[in-house]
Design a protein around this ligand. Structure first.
Ligand SMILES: Nc1ncnc2c1ncn2[C@@H]1O[C@H](COP(=O)(O)OP(=O)(O)OP(=O)(O)O)[C@@H](O)[C@H]1O
Ligand SMILES: [Mg+2]
Length: 375
């Protein structure tokens, strides 16, 4: 809905100048009429002594018309000056304000690439322009992420939904029978959809900082031992070695043990998936050089990651080999969850790999928990 536009800035400025000039002229006229004649008479008496009534009338008339003339000339001069000032101010202020309003309208209409450049006319305008441009680029990046997320989500859902639809059709037509294989497929596809929904919720909550983190001092060796114990069976089944090297005296980190458990489980799950039998995976921990964080690393001797893919693997739905990784059952959200969870703790994540076939190392850093003061 658009509101009535009303009078423009230039007209309002000019009206204000007219009011000031008229008020000034009226005041001048009143003061001149109230005190002018007395002072004038006084001066006249001192200079010319007593004058006849006719002379006095004549001189007073001359005084009044001189005053009226000068006040009228002054009023016209100030109105001309007012017009010039409003034209100048309009050009300097109303034009940029108009440009900003136009840009705001474009933004409201969904053109998020809109930016404004405004000439240097004061700190307030500079702040306004900077804030507007910052708001526009934030909206633009949110919009890009939203579009990509929706597109990826639709893409991820398509396969399981198509499989489910195909099987249901087959069941209806009697081509497929309800045996354990069919039920297995249906279960796997519904589980995949359910996991997709869970993962998307987890990553959104973490990225929007809406997670309830129960932070406490957790001994590093306990964190690692719990994560390793949880995945030991899977490693043994595949024949991949699993080792933990946690030096003594590492102390504690300030963390939510369940969330960091989830992070380590994700990293260990990836390492297991991408390491062939007889390879190995090692979890190690060390205090950083600055001694304010602990670095936990999960390294494997597996297939490695090509350098061109490394910068993207923490993005949602990113997989190095889309077809193969999806066949493994992954939807490419695991590392996005890892990143969001670690960053919610105030930590950082990184990945390095010497290239295909030469293993990968995923490192997370977590803030060290300050030791309890000794009584
Ligand atoms: N240890 C690893 N070795 C080699 N490649 C890896 C390793 N960890 C992750 N990747 C690559 O990074 C991609 C993204 O990993 P991520 O954990 O986000 O997704 P995913 O494991 O495919 O699916 P999800 O974790 O959602 O089940 C993987 O598809 C894989 O290509
Ligand atoms: Mg994963």
């Amino acid at each position: 809905m658009t509101r009535a536009r009303g009078t423009g800035l230039a007209a309002r400025l000019f009206l204000a100048q007219v009011l000031v000039a008229v008020a000034g002229a009226a005041t001048l006229w009143l003061v001149a009429s109230a005190v002018g004649p007395t002072i004038f008479h006084d001066h006249l008496r001192r200079v010319a002594g007593a004058v006849s009534a006719q002379t006095s009338l004549h001189v007073e008339e001359a005084f009044r018309s001189a005053s009226a003339l000068s006040i009228t000339v002054a009023l016209l001069a100030s109105l001309t000056a007012g017009l010039a000032v409003s034209a100048y101010v309009t050009h300097r202020i109303a034009v940029p304000v108009g440009r900003l309003a136009q840009a705001a309208r474009a933004l409201a209409a969904g053109r998020f690439d809109t930016r404004v450049t405004i000439p240097a006319i004061g700190a307030e305008f500079a702040t306004l322009t900077d804030s507007f441009n910052a708001m526009a680029s934030r909206l633009e990046s949110i919009e890009t992420t939203r579009r990509r997320l929706l597109a990826d989500l639709a893409h991820e859902m398509r396969t399981p939904v198509a499989t489910l639809a195909g099987y249901l059709e087959g069941l209806e037509d009697g081509v497929v029978s309800v045996d354990s294989a069919t039920v297995g497929v249906l279960r796997a596809q519904t589980a995949r959809l359910a996991r997709l929904a869970e993962d998307i919720t987890a990553v959104s909550l973490a990225e929007e900082h809406r997670l309830d983190l129960h932070l406490r001092a957790v001994p590093v060796d306990q964190l690692v031992a719990a994560a390793v114990d949880g995945v030991r069976e899977g490693f043994a089944d595949k024949g991949v070695g699993l080792f933990a090297h946690v030096g003594a005296g590492l102390g504690s980190v300030l963390a939510d043990p369940d969330r960091i458990g989830q992070v380590l489980t994700n990293l260990l799950g990836n390492a297991l998936r991408h390491t062939p039998p007889s390879g190995s995976v090692t979890v190690s921990a060390r205090v950083s050089g600055s001694r304010d964080t602990v670095e936990l690393a999960v390294s494997d001797t597996g297939e490695g990651i090509p350098p061109s893919h490394l910068p993207h693997i923490f993005e949602r739905f990113y997989r190095v080999d889309r077809a193969r990784d999806r066949a493994h059952g992954g939807s490419g959200i695991g590392l996005a969850i890892v990143k969001a969870l670690v960053e919610a703790h105030g930590g950082e994540v990184s990945a390095v790999s010497a290239g295909p076939g030469r293993g990968s190392i995923f490192t997370i850093s977590l803030p060290v928990s300050a030791p309890e003061p000794t009584p």
